[in-house]
Design a binder for this molecule. Structure first.
Ligand code: 9Z3
Length: 348
């Protein structure tokens, strides 16, 4: 399951309060019909708080995709990948003071974005505010305070020790944005994430097989529906708190079957128990008809991942002989090859 708060059990503690998650029982879940999934999805979107900057996001997406097909003479041969990154939050109050979070630093998404750009893809980077950003991974935690200094004449300048890293980060980031190859869209809540994902999918539909979804974000499994959420800060004076969380509808199915049926779709499976990881990844592959599922265990996720397809399981390792090597470099190389086979029709 996706990480809910910092606990993997379904009981969550926040100060003296006790939040209980009540997943729908296993039988009703496994028997969920296609129609009821659609009903759940419709109700999720209908009751979600409207996106504040919906028209702005739609315009940016339209321009980004149009620029892309113009640059290829309208042939649409450019490959576009939507990389999702970071965790979604689940607000507990409408005027939100408290929320449940999902673990993810966003490192995987940021690194992968860089490698997709290097491989010639245009990237829509759907990221959680405040998480790792492409091209900034090698900078210190607080780049503004640590990379810059103020001279006696009050001029701001880059510290010598960080100047190469800063030049590279700014140069590569600006080039990608200015050339129309990178569009960054932020989210915080599960409501924002799923609504923006839908807008992205709609904008990429006509790219058909050249579109890819690389869903590395850690998405909440449970949420409080907006219509049943309290308006004001939950009061602790009334003692322990029981709260009903409902299941987030499985958007992967609708993404794959309806929104972008031709796109190459990759989801991630995260577990802390290595004994169940591959089995769960295989299940997700079949259930959501993903083209690939990338399986990773929390503690080793930076060293190794397993790419699960319908016919094979491929372990991908970080090159330990290289100090700065990361697992995303060989992973994206493999995924690009798989996407090429898919486009050429020789696979899947
Ligand atoms: C992942 O498994 C990502 O690889 C990580 C990356 C979140 C572990 P970091 O951001 O870590 O580099 O710190 N993402 C998907 C996690 C997830 O919640 N998957 C769901 C599941 O496992 C499917 S949506 O059930």
């Amino acid at each position: 399951m996706c990480v809910v708060s910092s606990s993997s059990s379904s009981t969550h503690h926040l100060g003296s309060s006790n939040f209980q998650a009540f997943p729908m029982d296993a039988t009703s879940n496994s028997e969920t019909t296609h129609d009821s999934v659609y009903e759940e999805i419709e109700s999720f979107f209908d009751s979600a708080p409207p996106l504040k900057d919906r028209s702005d996001i739609s315009r940016k997406l339209k321009e980004f995709i149009a620029r892309d097909s113009h640059s290829t003479g309208g042939g649409g041969a450019t490959r576009v990948v939507c990389v999702t990154s970071g965790g979604t939050t689940v607000p507990l109050e409408k005027r939100c003071v408290r929320y449940i979070d999902n673990f993810s630093s966003g490192h995987r998404g940021a690194a992968s974005t860089e490698y997709f750009l290097k491989a010639g893809y245009s990237v829509i980077f759907l990221y959680r505010r405040g998480t790792f950003q492409p091209f900034c991974r090698s900078l210190p935690e607080d780049p503004l305070l640590e990379c810059f200094e103020v001279s006696k004449e009050l001029n701001v300048q880059v510290c010598q020790s960080h100047s190469e890293a800063v030049k590279r980060a700014i140069g590569e980031h600006r080039a990608a944005v200015d050339e129309g190859l990178l569009l960054k869209l932020p989210f915080t809540t599960i409501f924002e994430y799923l609504q923006i994902l839908q807008l992205i999918a709609m904008s990429m539909k006509n790219l058909e097989k050249h579109a890819m979804f690389y869903l590395a974000a850690a998405v909440s499994d449970f949420y409080v529906p907006w219509k049943s959420m309290v308006e004001h800060k939950i009061q602790s004076a009334s003692g322990p708190l029981d709260m009903r969380l409902v299941q987030v509808p499985k958007m992967l199915s609708v993404l794959r079957n309806d929104w972008v049926p031709m796109a190459f779709c990759i989801s991630f499976k995260l577990e802390t128990d290595s004994n169940i990881l591959l089995e769960k990844a295989e299940k997700a592959l079949k259930k959501y008809k993903m083209h690939l599922v990338v399986a990773n265990e929390l503690s080793t996720r930076k060293e190794v991942v397993v790419v699960v397809t319908s016919s094979e399981k491929i372990s991908v390792h970080r090159d330990k002989n290289e100090a700065d090597a990361d697992v995303e470099s060989p992973l994206i190389k493999l995924i690009v090859e798989k996407h090429s086979s898919y486009i050429e029709g020789s696979d899947y």
